[in-house]
Every structure is written in structure tokens, then in C-alpha cells.
Design a protein around this ligand. Structure first.
Ligand SMILES: Cc1ncc(COP(=O)(O)O)c(C=O)c1O
Length: 376
């Protein structure tokens, strides 16, 4: 072709400018190490790095999947029920909202991505209190929007004033994780209401991934604030991280916009069956949440007695500070314990985040930790 030279003039990798400049989200999980057997195999692994449930889903959930596979020949070759109607009906009963106010997504990550796709234009400003769940930043950048990180003076104190100080007429969206990951801090409903009211020109996302552990929600503010969207997940208290189910709740007007882009077949058949069965077996989740709360008391007490700083949290994890963190993490791995190093956040020097399990796992964890701390 005559014009070949002009095609080869710039070496393109075909990515959009936003993606080309995107800093990739680089998840660090112990899963591969554990599964590949690289970890110390004498002791059962304690995977406490991603705030997943430390227990499998209930027998009722497993049976629902097995029975559905046994009873329906076309279960897997057909696409799933569009828009997860049955699951949305159950979620309506669980959340006390109408099913029309709910969209089910492929994990709550997918809900966050959808919200960014629908409400952000290039160069829009998004206010994000920091430190927080950083994967969300990728979705903002993918849209070519701009992140305005707000580092509050004390990351372990609920602080709405610092957030509001950074909201300007150019702000399009605010992302609040409540309770926050990794700090475990919970903003009150009144604080969220203030935010929605003052920042009425912004979409306010309240990410309630850890709602079941906190036991507090801002859902009813949807009736008052037309700019509020709440996201939730089945990956934590419901023990279904591997199946990828999340959902969002908001008013009908925003649902109409979001529905234009939502892929109605993105939640798999098995994921819908499992999440529906989990909601039918709510006591199992509730017992686990109670266990986790008790574990938190034991863990905080243990670390504090060992002279370490450990912060209380409204979620299924706590943050602990250690003066020799790299050495500590190395020694923990020798005991087959995996936690999340959070010290790369400027405001969290020497901190690791540890997911809480049930009482037996906590006893086991504390016994191993006792030995580790004696060595470090
Ligand atoms: C605050 C927060 N939001 C969302 C997610 C993603 O959850 P999902 O598995 O539903 O995509 C996580 C996962 O760790 C999280 O901590």
C-alpha cells in the first residue's frame, strides 16, 4: 500500500490513551503460593489476606448447586436468567428495598466499574478519601477521569470534614467505603447524609462490601438523596468470593441510566443459584458474623497485650502495627499465615491487615502468632 510509511510512523500499541497511561492494579494474593504447595505444608494455611470468608459456604448452598446441576440438563448450555430476577426478589426482601432498585453484578467490582462507565466523562474529578480500596481507582482512570485523593489527618478517625473541604464544583463523584478497607472505620449515617446533601451535584457511592459485619447501612438515605448509590457483595460474609456476585441499590432514575449499560447475562447461573440459596440460609451467615466479632475481641486483646498497636474495626479485619514488619511477615509465612502488608500506604507505616476467622481459626492463629512474636 502506498501510504504504508505513514502507518508505521508512530508505533502504536492500540490501547486508548487512558489505558496506555494507566497504572495497572496489581493484586497480591497468597492464593497461588498456597495452592501450588510452595507454602509450608505441615500446618494448614491461614489465608487472612483478602478479607474473604474463612469458612466455605453452607451445606444448603452447596446442595442447591449440586441439585440444580442434577435436575436441569440445560443449566449450563443456556444463558442465565437475565437480570437475575429471582435473586433480586430475594435481595429485595433481605434489604427492605424494591427489586426495581437493585441491579445484580459480577461481583461488586463490576458494579463499581459500571457506575464509572455510566457517570464519568474524561477529566471529571472523583474525590476518594485515602487510604481505601484501590481497585476502584482503576475504573476511574479507565474513563479518563481524575482521582483527587484526600488523606485525612488521622486515617483511623471517621472524618467527613476533610472530604467536604476537597469537594469543588468540578467534583463529579465521591467514593466512600463504609466501613473502610483497610482501616475498618465506619462513617455514621448522619455523616453520609451530610455529604450527600452538601455534595448534591456529585454521585456519592457508598461501598458496603463489609455491611454484614458492621450491621449498619445507609440504604434508607436513597429515599432522600437522589445522588446516592450503595454497592454490596456476596464475597465476604456470604462466603461466595469465588462465584463473583455483587449488587447495587439506588433510585429508579439512576437505575434507568445504569441499566442501559449493564450486561444482563454477566452473573453466571451457578452464582445466581448459590447467592439465592445463601439468602435462604441467612442464619449460617449470621453465626459466622457473630464468630468474627468475637474473634476480633480476642485478637485485639492479644496484640495489645503483646505491646502492639491494633485498631478496632467495624469489618472482618483489623489493622496491626509492628516495628519490624518485613521480618514479621516472613516469620508468619513460615507458620503458614498470610496477611496483607498495608505499609505501602504512606499513612500506615508498619501496618498489616489481618482477616478475622471463626473461633477455632482464631485460637490456631493466636497460638502460631505467639511463637512468631517471640522470634521477631
Ligand atoms: C471495599 C471493597 N469493595 C469491593 C470489593 C470487591 O468485591 P467483589 O468480590 O464483590 O468484587 C472489595 C474486595 O476486597 C472491597 O474490599
Amino acid at each position: 500500500m502506498k501510504g504504508t510509511a505513514c502507518y508505521s510512523k508512530t508505533e502504536r500499541n492500540f490501547a486508548s490513551d487512558f489505558i496506555e497511561n494507566l497504572e495497572p492494579y496489581s493484586p497480591i494474593s497468597s492464593r497461588d503460593k498456597i495452592v501450588s504447595g510452595l507454602a509450608n505444608c505441615d500446618l494448614p494455611p491461614l489465608k487472612l489476606d483478602w478479607n474473604e470468608s474463612t469458612l466455605p459456604p453452607s451445606v444448603a448452598v452447596k446442595n442447591a448447586i449440586i441439585n440444580a446441576l442434577a435436575c436441569n440438563d440445560n443449566l449450563l448450555n443456556w444463558y442465565p436468567e437475565l437480570s437475575s430476577k429471582e435473586l433480586r426478589r430475594k435481595l429485595a426482601a433481605y434489604s427492605g428495598r424494591a427489586m426495581e432498585e437493585i441491579l445484580v453484578t459480577n461481583g461488586s467490582d463490576d458494579a463499581l466499574d459500571l457506575i464509572c462507565k455510566v457517570f464519568l466523562d474524561p477529566k471529571d474529578e472523583v474525590v476518594v478519601p485515602y487510604p481505601t480500596y484501590t481497585h476502584f481507582l482503576t475504573y476511574i482512570h479507565t474513563r479518563g477521569a481524575v482521582v483527587k485523593k484526600v488523606e485525612t489527618p488521622d486515617p483511623f478517625k471517621p472524618d467527613i470534614a476533610s472530604v467536604l473541604e476537597n469537594v469543588t464544583p468540578a467534583t463529579k463523584m465521591i467514593y466512600i467505603v463504609n466501613p473502610n478497607n483497610p482501616t475498618g472505620v465506619l462513617l455514621s449515617k448522619q455523616q453520609i447524609a451530610t455529604l450527600c446533601s452538601i455534595a448534591s451535584h456529585c454521585v456519592v457511592i457508598v461501598d458496603e462490601a463489609y455491611y454484614e459485619f458492621a450491621g449498619e447501612t445507609v440504604l434508607d438515605l436513597i429515599d432522600t438523596y437522589p445522588n446516592l448509590i450503595v454497592t454490596r457483595t456476596f464475597s465476604k460474609a456470604w462466603a461466595l468470593a469465588g462465584l463473583r456476585v455483587g449488587y447495587l441499590l439506588t433510585n429508579l432514575s439512576l437505575i434507568a441510566q445504569l441499566s442501559k449499560v449493564l450486561n444482563p447475562k454477566s452473573v453466571s447461573v451457578l452464582a445466581q443459584i448459590a447467592a439465592t440459596a445463601a439468602l435462604d440460609d441467612k442464619q449460617y451467615m449470621e453465626k459466622y458474623v457473630t464468630d468474627v466479632r468475637n474473634s476480633k475481641i480476642a485478637m485485639l486483646d492479644f496484640f495489645r497485650k503483646r505491646g502492639l498497636t491494633a485498631f478496632d474495626s467495624k469489618a472482618n479485619y483489623i489493622m496491626v502495627q509492628h516495628p519490624r514488619l518485613p521480618k514479621l511477615l516472613e516469620e508468619m509465612e513460615k507458620e503458614n499465615i498470610f496477611v496483607r502488608d498495608r505499609s505501602s500506604f504512606k499513612m500506615l507505616p508498619g501496618f498489616f491487615r489481618v482477616t478475622l476467622g471463626d473461633h477455632l481459626q482464631t485460637e490456631d492463629f493466636l497460638a502460631r502468632m505467639d511463637k512468631v512474636l517471640d522470634r521477631v
